[in-house]
Write a protein that binds this ligand. Structure first.
Ligand code: NI
Length: 394
């Protein structure tokens, strides 16, 4: 139902979506600073006569389209924030702010959702149920999803299902990737402070060397994944920071080690956190030191609901054809705070192809040369719209 109309409207608004994306791209704003991006969204939705709530979780914006008949409510979420990177592309819509860039394509996500808003708004007389448009701040780092949920974004009307997309340059424009089950990992981090006893480098027996203890900790942590975790359950521990000492002949008092731990399963997540701490405790105390350990549970793993994912796959085929639908096998060990929405309501998160080898659009997200083939904007808008209508009709 509606696929023809959706495709027609998405083509009609394609240039407008490109214009919006470029405007946001030129004026990137970092996490919880998305004031102008929020204003642009607010004005666009108001122009369409869509009900809007600004300043949700500081800079977030929420729109609501009420269908002609009562029914369920589906939410579409787009993140809005840029990254602290200086853009190295030479296009005419390049970022105008040094040190800030939409290098993760969240400008494209906003344009796709505004496109879906326009398509669904034009069809609202024929809709059964509601569509909530969630423009979320601060996906990078601190996280805007949880504060939005805490401020009630999933209530009034109560949201029954949720969808979001992320541009992906490994996938050619025109295609999308869907996946059942886990799609993104929990990107937790941890900090270990090893306390020894400083002394002269010439007399190590009078000191307790935190660097040697730290080296053991780093080595043995490598065996947590390889020896303690089922090889068929993905998990990562990476030590990315090891700082200690000031010169060549002084054994320092402390060493500080930091890293990231990632899993795709809530139970395994807790187990990995415990294994890291017990490993640290065993080594440090055996070697005569003391330690402080902090583990930060950041975003949960993003786990797609199978039924919702199947509805998306069927909807996507109507827009892009079955040849352009990829069923993904492997999740990414990257993190994504859409996970909080997926924890609360059945949800699905899919990858929107934005790559184009011929045009040189090959750089990955978070790269200073990242770009998208803007053809993906109308495709994203159309797929999100078709999914929403199909879900409301289930
Ligand atoms: Ni991103």
């Amino acid at each position: 139902m509606f696929a023809k109309e959706i495709k027609k409207i998405s083509k009609e608004i394609q240039n407008k979506l490109i214009e919006i994306r470029r405007k946001i791209h030129q004026n990137p704003e970092l996490a919880f600073e998305e004031y102008n991006t929020g204003k642009l969204i607010l004005n666009y939705l108001k122009q369409l006569d869509i009900e809007v709530t600004p300043e949700v979780a500081k800079t977030g914006v929420v729109g609501l389209i009420r269908g002609n008949q009562p029914g369920k409510t589906v939410a579409i979420r787009a993140d809005m924030d840029a990254l602290p990177i200086t853009e190295e592309n030479n296009c005419d819509y390049k970022s105008t702010i040094p040190g800030k860039m939409h290098a993760c394509g969240h400008d494209a996500h906003v344009a796709c959702l505004l496109g879906a808003a326009e398509i669904l708004n034009r069809l609202k007389d024929k809709l059964k149920g509601n569509i909530k448009l969630i423009f979320q701040p601060a996906e990078e780092g601190v996280g805007g999803a949880l504060p939005m949920i805490e401020e009630g974004v999933l209530d009034n009307p109560k949201v029954n299902a949720c969808i979001a997309t992320h541009v992906w340059s490994d996938i050619p424009v025109g295609q999308i990737l869907v996946k059942r089950g886990p799609i993104m990992a929990s990107p937790d981090d941890f900090e270990i402070v090893i306390k020894g006893k400083g002394g002269h480098g010439a007399m190590p027996h009078t000191a307790t060397d935190p660097i040697v203890i730290g080296c053991q900790v780093v080595n043995v942590l490598q065996t947590v994944i390889s020896r303690k975790i089922d090889p068929l359950s993905p998990a990562v521990i990476s030590i990315c920071y090891f700082h200690s000492g000031t010169c060549t002949n002084v054994i320092p008092d402390t060493a500080v080690i930091k890293g990231t731990a990632r899993t795709l399963d809530p139970e395994l997540r807790k187990r990995v956190a415990n294994l890291i701490e017990t490993t640290v405790a065993g080594i440090v105390t055996t070697m005569g030191g003391e330690y402080e350990f902090k583990y930060h549970y950041l975003y949960p793993p993003t786990i797609n609901d199978n039924t919702i994912t199947d509805i998306l796959a069927n909807a996507a085929v109507k827009i892009i054809g079955s040849n352009n639908l990829i069923w993904g096998n492997e999740p990414s060990m990257g993190g994504e705070d859409f996970a909080y929405f997926a924890e609360k309501v059945p949800s699905t998160f899919f990858r929107l192809g934005c790559g184009n080898q011929k045009k040189g659009i090959i750089y990955p997200i978070h790269n200073s040369k990242f770009d998208i083939d803007e053809e993906c904007l109308s495709i994203g808008a159309a797929v999100l719209s078709q999914f929403s209508i199909d879900y409301l009709n289930t």
